[in-house]
Design a protein around this ligand. Structure first.
Ligand code: PRX
Length: 649
């Protein structure tokens, strides 16, 4: 059977929630989901007020929602503290001695922090921050390995009202510098290194390089000792985490913060310019993270929950730290690579800890499939009860493999569509209610008014492809782009009046299920990581030998998309395989390993319209090896195309 036919058959399969699962779930039927969804859309204020009462408020709100397109304020007048919700409120009952974080380092060390212990560490570190001059509203960069201290640092910021900005450990010195400059950060929390596939990633060295030019406002660097690797300590600027903790008080009251107090900034790629600082605030965000853990993961006190995302991405924020801890759940954290020391590391961890809910990315699932079932079958995965995916479209074959091989055919799969900007899950099955179909994120979450519209903003009918929009504000939505009001309006709210435009293309099937096609702007999704083509292009042209560059995505079996760069060199420069390697390395240095180009194709010129715009659609087709079939009448120099198709590095 051809894989196309097979995937069509699989797409049409419907998996009803197992009775055994549904009977225990919070939402047990489609009727219950629909009733709740209808209420959440017709009367969001009532719906969300009821849900928000499950959080701990220091002062009740006066108004649930204040919405003046495109600015939303949720729970106006209310005050709360995220760390109090994630920690203090669990200390009164049996959760006090329950594992909050279970951690495993890549070399194999294990640590468990109970809620009581985590609370103590967060309070102590919050006092360290205070002693180092951190005040409400200050911006703190966290550039850490996947160790409990990353979560401790985040929670300590929230305790005192500082705004954290976590930078993924796979980003470069220049990326740290850009983010420090844009956010005006005054302090960086990092480590002497992090383990990845047996080698040490020099986190502190990257921080040193980022601060070398002296352009940023960073005055203090707190360094956690993880690897004991030799590092440079800048006198007067750098201090050790463990030294700072000596003699520090373990009492630190949780600051009462207005619901709309900025909580964190997380940088993400857009279609133009440098990554933008997505701003999330306190009350609405926490509610969204909490509610989705409650209804989508149906998290229970007895669960061992594992989200494999790095804390540097939004998934690590909402679904490794804030959502699960606000629920009082046990969250597992693993530091390293899935194939270290061997390809079965994840399955070994699931078996060792008895993981019950597992959340990962399609890219990882495709890699596991490729490595082979033998790595899975030697482990007992019977503890699993629910599986989730996020970050990119999951192809039906990978869904089926996940279902059968990891889930043993018994675990519902929640394919959750959302974005850095949305704060939490937006389109997702409810596991005890929604019949799933491989490849679709199914139906909107509560309060989410999603639609597919045409270029004019008109809603489309079944199976018509268009743009995915959200027509109502929701609690976890971004509140802006740090320091750039105009860009916020322009990027998300200018395409269609009064609607949030997500940047994704999608269609709805006859059952109303959303099938995400992928980004329709110039943003790539490489191995579940978001990457702006313009970022890679500007990294390339910053190299002295490059005159011009255009970057496009090419379908890739494993990574979803591969990064293909069309490059024209300056006159007098000779192209070669060596130069291609140099340029790949250059992009790695400028952005980080996540952006490493897969292919560099040298070409004499780039196809452009008469007005000088690069014709990316054509480049995409060339990169994919497809015939150029689209409309080329506006192409300036047709001969360019023929050359492109054969340009190789
Ligand atoms: O294209 C969509 C894709 O990832 C983009 C958001 O990327 P980021 O902000 O990095 O957040 C990723 C983790 C929430 C979206 O615009 N995406 C995310 N989840 C899915 C998805 N595409 C299809 N199906 C999903 N479940």
């Amino acid at each position: 059977m051809s894989s196309h036919i097979e995937s069509t058959l699989v797409e049409n399969r419907v998996f009803k929630p197992a009775k055994a699962f549904a009977s225990k779930a919070r939402i047990k039927s489609m009727a219950q989901y629909k009733k709740m969804w209808n209420e959440s859309i017709k009367n969001p204020e009532k719906f969300f007020a009821r849900e928000a009462k499950e959080l701990t408020w220091q002062k009740p709100w006066k108004k649930v929602l204040d919405w003046k397109v495109p600015y939303a304020k949720w729970f106006v007048g209310g005050q709360l503290n995220v760390s109090e919700n994630c920690l203090d409120r669990h200390l009164d009952g049996p959760r006090r001695t329950k594992a909050a974080i279970m951690w495993e380092g890549e070399p194999g060390e294990k640590r468990v922090l109970t809620y009581q212990q985590l609370h103590r560490e967060v309070c102590r570190f919050a006092n360290v921050l205070k002693r180092n001059g951190v005040k409400r509203g200050h911006r703190i960069i966290i550039y850490m390995p996947m160790v409990p201290e990353a979560a401790i640092a985040m929670l300590a910021c929230t305790r005192i009202g500082a705004i954290h900005s976590v930078v993924f450990g796979g980003f470069s010195a220049e990326s740290i510098k850009d983010r420090a400059l844009d956010s005006g950060a005054t302090l960086i929390i990092t480590a002497d290194g992090s383990y990845r596939r047996g080698t040490i990633v020099p986190l502190k060295k990257n921080v040193d390089d980022a601060l070398k030019s002296g352009e940023t406002a960073v005055k203090r660097v707190i360094v956690f000792r993880r690897t004991a690797a030799e590092i440079h300590i800048e006198e007067g600027r750098d201090v050790w985490w463990h030294r700072e903790l000596e003699y520090v008080d373990a009492k630190c009251p949780a600051a009462a913060l207005d619901s709309e107090t900025p909580l964190f900034i997380l940088y993400t790629s857009g279609s133009t310019g440098k990554p933008k600082g997505i701003l999330h605030t306190t009350g609405g965000y926490l509610l969204h993270a909490h509610m989705t853990c409650k209804y989508v993961f149906d998290l229970r006190d007895e669960d061992v929950y594992w989200c494999t995302a790095d804390v540097g991405w939004v998934t690590g924020h909402s679904y490794m730290v804030y959502g699960p801890l606000a629920m009082g759940a046990t969250t597992l954290m693993y530091e390293g690579a899935p194939n270290w020391p061997e390809n079965d590391r994840f399955w070994r961890i699931i078996e060792d800890y008895g993981v019950t809910v597992f959340y990962t990315a399609p890219t990882a699932i495709r890699a596991f499939m490729k490595w082979g079932d033998q790595w899975v079958t030697k482990h007992n995965l019977s503890s699993l009860r629910l599986l989730g995916t996020v970050g990119e479209v999951i192809n039906p074959e990978a869904w089926m493999w996940y279902h059968r091989t990891i889930g043993g055919g018994r675990c519902p799969i929640v394919d959750t569509w959302w974005q850095t900007e949305t704060g939490g899950m937006m389109i997702t099955p409810i596991p005890g209610a929604t019949p799933t179909k491989p490849g679709t994120a199914t139906l909107p979450f509560f309060g989410v008014d999603a639609a597919i519209v045409d270029d004019k903003g008109k809603e489309l009918g079944a199976n018509q492809g268009g743009k995915l929009v959200i027509r109502k504000p929701w609690p976890g939505m971004l509140r802006g782009i740090w320091g750039d009001k105009a860009r916020y309006k322009q990027t998300y709210w200018s395409e269609f009046k009064g609607m949030y435009f997500a940047g994704d293309g999608a269609r709805r099937d006859k059952d109303g299920y959303f099938w995400i096609v992928g980004r329709i702007d110039d943003v790539l999704n490489v191995a579940g990581h978001r990457l702006g083509t313009s970022e890679v292009e500007s990294a390339l042209v910053s190299h002295p030998s490059v005159a011009e560059a255009a970057v496009v995505g090419k379908p890739d079996e494993l990574k979803g998309q591969a990064v293909v760069c069309f490059v024209t060199v300056k006159s007098g420069i000779t192209t070669s395989k060596d130069l291609a390697a140099v340029l790949k390395k250059h992009v790695r240095t400028v952005i980080g390993p996540v952006a490493t180009p897969d292919e560099i194709r040298f070409t004499d010129a780039l196809p452009k319209t008469r007005s000088g715009k690069i014709m990316r659609r054509l480049l995409k087709q060339v990169a994919a090896g497809e015939l150029v079939t689209g409309d080329t009448t506006t192409l300036d120099d047709l001969s360019v195309l023929a050359k492109l198709a054969t340009a190789e590095d």
